[in-house]
Design a protein around this ligand. Structure first.
Ligand code: AMP
Ligand code: GLY
Length: 427
């Protein structure tokens, strides 16, 4: 199979690493990729949302399967672009249709879907300019903290947890009246605040059947002890100790099954990953959000724990035969620690040379590139999140320790990372 993978982050490096291990992957191209993905395939300089250029490339390289890493091309309809084109429709696309991707692309759509299918989630209301005044009255009557979510995609920044009513109303006005997140915040979902611990659950579906991949927990805050600003993710671990078989059975029966049934009943064309962000409130699972893709940095611990041939799984997704497959999971724990640029998630500089990558050749460690680029013989920083250093261990503590040990060899100007990933699960 000739495969084109779209995206350029740590998630895509992990996907490229995993896909390239399959004997059925005869060629792998990554658009646009990074300095890490080119170790497993050929980078091509095409944007994941430039559909005509992707189409041309698929013809030229005789691509059989397109694997979509990030959400933007999915929400913009890449699946539909392929399936509605006579020349492209024989190519497998791993990812949902635009309508199904609304589970991520519209918070209001996702909440209504959960309500229709009795899937446990926080109570909510949705507001826009038309019922703005009603929204203000509603906000004033709600307990604090209260959660405000821009309806559309806002690059991971569209969720505000307001600690008092003044802040809640100011944000509400900014989002709806001043278009704080552009079109995305013309509509706002106001949601009850849930207190608990979070985990990320990944489901692969062909639209009828599903497989549950290893779960993970990511660490979103920049500072140790989960302090400071939100980031794209500073590290992740898998498995998640509180997600024991009793808890996961609740997740399966109350959340995963009704979600897949809902997708089927509503005839949503969905052949890809459903990432369910879950919060455990006193051991009862609630859905915080759906995403229509894998998580980053969760992928950097989930795929290393998946023993299956990923190309076989994807082919089963595309051909609708997932019911014949089973997941095989590596019993070891995996942890990833993200190395980020100084100043991230605020302003940061790029273009610093990364040292120490050449000496790494251990089979229980994977250094996934997130924001890097090759310039002549050097590898340079090229983003806020730069590298995800993943290691295995018999338990989370050992896996994190191993990752931190490897990081000692790596260096670039301004490099920062959290040393406490997995801290709450340390023995
Ligand atoms: P999202 O962009 O939907 O992933 O939200 C970002 C983060 O906000 C989540 O990972 C949670 O930590 C937090 N969050 C979202 N919704 C709620 C809620 N209803 N209660 C508590 N925290 C929430
Ligand atoms: N790690 C969370 C996400 O990928 O959205």
């Amino acid at each position: 199979m000739k495969i084109l993978l779209l995206g350029s982050g740590g998630r895509e490096h992990a996907l490229a690493w995993k896909l390239s291990q399959s004997p059925d992957c005869t060629s792998l191209y990554i658009a646009p990729g990074n300095a890490g993905t080119q170790l497993h395939g050929v980078n091509v300089d095409i944007s994941p949302v430039d559909f005509p250029a992707i189409k041309q490339f698929c013809f030229d390289a005789k691509i059989d399967m397109v694997v979509v890493g990030p959400e933007e091309p999915l929400v913009k309809g890449i699946y539909d672009y392929f399936t509605s084109d006579v020349d492209l429709k024989s190519i497998y696309v791993i990812g949902p249709s635009a309508q199904a991707a609304k589970l991520e692309g519209s918070k209001a759509f996702a909440k209504a879907f959960m309500y229709r299918h009795n899937i446990p989630t926080a109570a909510y209301r949705e507001f826009d300019l038309e019922n703005y005044a009603e929204g203000i009255t509603y906000l004033q009557a709600q307990p604090i903290p209260i959660v405000l979510k821009a309806d559309g995609l806002a690059a991971g920044k569209g969720v505000i947890i307001a600690q008092n009513h003044v802040e809640a109303m100011a944000e509400f006005e900014l989002m709806i009246q001043q278009s704080k997140f552009g079109e995305a915040s013309k509509k706002v979902v106001v949601e009850e605040f849930l207190t608990g611990v979070e985990l990320s659950v990944f489901v692969l579906t062909d639209g009828n059947d599903y497989l549950v991949l290893p779960e993970a927990k990511d660490y979103k805050r920049i500072g140790e002890g989960d302090a400071g600003l939100n980031t794209g993710g500073m590290g992740a671990v898998s498995p998640v100790p509180f997600a024991d078989s009793i808890f996961m059975e609740k997740v399966r029966t109350r959340i995963i099954e009704p979600t897949i049934r809902g997708i089927r009943e509503e005839k949503l064309d969905y052949k890809g990953f459903v990432f369910i962000g879950i919060i455990s409130v006193n051991n009862e699972p609630y859905v915080i959000e759906y995403n229509c893709r894998l998580g980053d940095p969760e992928t950097e611990v989930v795929l290393p724990r998946l023993k299956n041939d990923l190309v076989h799984l994807f082919r089963a997704v595309a051909e609708g035969t997932l019911k014949d497959m089973q997941v095989e999971i590596d019993n070891r724990s995996a942890a990833t620690v993200m190395l980020v640029s100084g100043g991230y998630p605020g302003n940061y500089e790029k273009g610093f040379e990364i040292h120490g990558l050449d000496i790494l050749n251990e089979d229980d460690v994977m250094v996934f590139h997130a924001g890097t680029k090759q310039k002549e013989n050097a590898i340079l920083t090229n983003g806020g999140r730069v590298l995800a250093v993943t290691a295995y261990g018999p338990g989370i503590t050992e896996a994190v320790k191993r990752s931190l040990k490897i990081i000692e060899f790596i260096e670039f100007d301004g490099m920062y990372y959290r040393k406490d990933i997995g801290y709450e699960f340390s023995l």
